[in-house]
Write a protein that binds this ligand. Structure first.
Ligand SMILES: C=C(O[C@@H]1C=C(C(=O)O)C=C[C@H]1O)C(=O)O
Length: 278
């Protein structure tokens, strides 16, 4: 048996729709959830492998290997990882920023961008972006990812007129793509299950190839999950998401992890990257 985690956002639709349609393996249990929940499940051994925040690998690299050729990434604007702000980011020093509880990678990336690139130090709070909250203090900016970011993007909140795409910002600073999520497999699962893991990896890649060839059909279905999103907007979104872990993406992960290690936010054992298969 293998327990597999899948992010429950529409960004996974090009892989997941094909998987649901074609993969008939009762011994492969698929569990879909927001990334932060998948991170916790994988760390606890409640799932064996799956798509998790790239940060999860960097936090506990001794538990995992990175499945070769799989990721959720973008070269330039990603279209679903945004800081929505009431003021330009240069003015966020000391201000309150609400960070989605669903993400781990983008939270680290945003702090890196604000503190190292823009040189401001806001105050942060983690929480629900759409919670009907009555906060003592209204946040000056929000970090949203995935479907929540797409919803806010489709129906902008006039209180947050400044919108920063974190994939674009990273690309402008480094010239590199950014890897938001990886497909990680637990080392203890690999003991005795190497062939199964290989078969799952190949199946995910095959679903991805078929999904990318059927994008316009898949985006009609996926767009319906986001209020006000048209199929055309969904197609543009899918065209900006990439699912590979090519050498440049590995270089990106190494660069990002090195910065996190310097900041004391990741394990030094996160480098060099450990891939499966090697
Ligand atoms: C591009 C995205 O990548 C996501 C971002 C993640 C994170 O920040 O931890 C985790 C999984 C991905 O789904 C997105 O969801 O918008």
């Amino acid at each position: 048996m293998a327990r597999i985690g899948m992010v429950n956002y529409i960004n996974m639709a090009p892989i997941y729709e094909v998987w649901k349609e074609q993969v008939r393996r009762p011994d492969w249990i698929m569990l879909d959830a927001p990334p932060a929940q998948l991170n916790r499940l994988l760390a606890a051994g409640s799932i064996d492998l799956g798509f998790v925040s790239a940060y999860e690998y960097a936090a506990r690299p001794w538990l995992y290997r990175l499945m070769a050729d799989l990721s959720i990434s973008a070269t330039g604007p990603v279209g679903s990882v945004f800081l929505f702000s009431s003021v330009p980011p240069e003015q966020l020093d000391g201000k309150l920023v609400l960070l989605t509880g669903q993400s781990d990678t983008s939270v680290c990336l945003l702090r890196l961008i604000l503190e190292e690139f823009i040189k401001v130090r806001p105050r942060y709070v983690r929480g629900e972006i759409f919670a009907p909250h009555t906060p003592a203090e209204k946040p000056a900016a929000l970090l949203a990812i995935g479907d929540e970011a797409l919803r806010l993007n489709a129906a902008p909140d006039p209180r947050y007129p400044v919108q920063i795409d974190l994939g674009e910002c990273w690309h402008q600073q480094t010239g590199l793509p950014f890897v938001f999520a990886v497909c990680a497999v637990r080392e203890d699962f690999l003991q005795g299950n190497t062939e199964v893991a290989r078969e799952i990896q190949q199946t995910l890649i095959s679903c991805r190839e078929q999904g990318l060839a059927r994008l316009s059909e898949i985006c009609t279905k996926a767009a319906a999950r986001i209020p006000l999103m048209t199929a055309a907007a969904c197609l543009r979104y899918f065209q900006s998401i990439e699912y590979d872990l090519s050498p440049i993406k590995q270089e990106t992960l190494a660069r990002f992890f090195a910065l996190l290690i310097q900041r004391g936010e990741a394990s030094p054992a996160a480098l060099p990257l450990k891939l499966f298969p090697c």
